[in-house]
Ligand binder design. Structure first.
Ligand SMILES: *[C@@H]1O[C@H](CO)[C@@H](O)[C@H](O)[C@H]1NC(C)=O
Ligand SMILES: *[C@@H]1O[C@H](CO)[C@@H](O)[C@H](O)[C@H]1NC(C)=O
Ligand SMILES: *[C@@H]1O[C@H](CO)[C@@H](O)[C@H](O)[C@H]1NC(C)=O
Length: 200
């Protein structure tokens, strides 16, 4: 009986749509616009395969790219902000230097695996028709049902457990600016593959 309920819950949640919104604040100065984003499954399961659709436009060239991230977890008491976890650039972190992060991932000098770096490179090649590097030029970024192989979440990220999250990415061309030139808010769940076994 309990097993049947667990399976039913999994089936229902597997169909949950990814809700998102473009939260850019700078009007005509907006440089990055998201037209559509979707991924399956939602909740995202670690480890597992993630399928991604993306339709995004970069409308201005950018020499530098900084990202402020807010990560909120749904709790019974409302939303709780997950802090920036150590030097991982994961969690609620400010002024992430996006131009230097991909080289660090490729390099294996980030908590994100070098294998993920290779996958990101491949996605960028598919989306752009060339390698993704700074400076960034105006172009359309399109992905259709591309897949990413997610590894198990490392122990350092134990703060990011099973749950429902809201994540906000604010893109800036100047770290001192409080305004963004592109903004994306996504609501999605995260599960660990082992979660499904719990309680059987
Ligand atoms: C790659 O890693 C080495 C050693 O950790 C470091 O010295 C170098 O700056 C890194 N390169 C990049 C592009 O991050
Ligand atoms: C992106 O796509 C739009 C609509 O198809 C097009 O008008 C625009 O020129 C494209 N932008 C770039 C930089 O290719
Ligand atoms: C989190 O809670 C809000 C209401 O507080 C709800 O609208 C939202 O759908 C929840 N997020 C997820 C991913 O379930």
């Amino acid at each position: 009986m309990f097993k049947a309920i667990v399976i039913a819950v999994c089936l229902v949640s597997a169909r949950a749509a990814v809700t998102w919104s473009d939260c850019a604040t700078k009007g005509s100065q907006t440089a990055v616009t998201v037209n559509a984003i979707d991924f399956r499954p939602n909740p995202v399961i670690f480890p597992g395969e993630l399928h991604v659709d993306l339709d995004m436009a970069v409308t201005q060239s950018m020499d530098q790219l900084f990202v402020d991230v807010e990560l909120w977890k749904n709790t019974t008491f409302g939303e709780s902000k997950i802090p920036c976890i150590g030097d991982t650039n994961i969690g609620t972190c400010q002024n992430i230097d996006a131009c230097s992060i991909l080289p660090r991932i490729r390099n294996g000098s980030s908590i994100v695996s070098a294998d993920m770096g290779l996958q990101i490179d491949k996605l960028l090649l598919t989306a752009l028709g060339h390698e993704g590097n700074c400076p960034i030029q105006p172009e359309n970024v399109t992905l259709h049902n591309e897949h990413i192989t997610l590894q198990a979440l490392p122990a350092e990220l134990s703060l990011i457990a099973t749950g429902d999250y809201r994540i906000v990415f604010k893109i800036k061309d100047d770290p001192a600016s409080s305004d963004n030139i592109g903004c994306l808010e996504i609501r999605a769940g995260i599960r660990r593959k082992t979660d499904q076994v719990v309680g059987r």
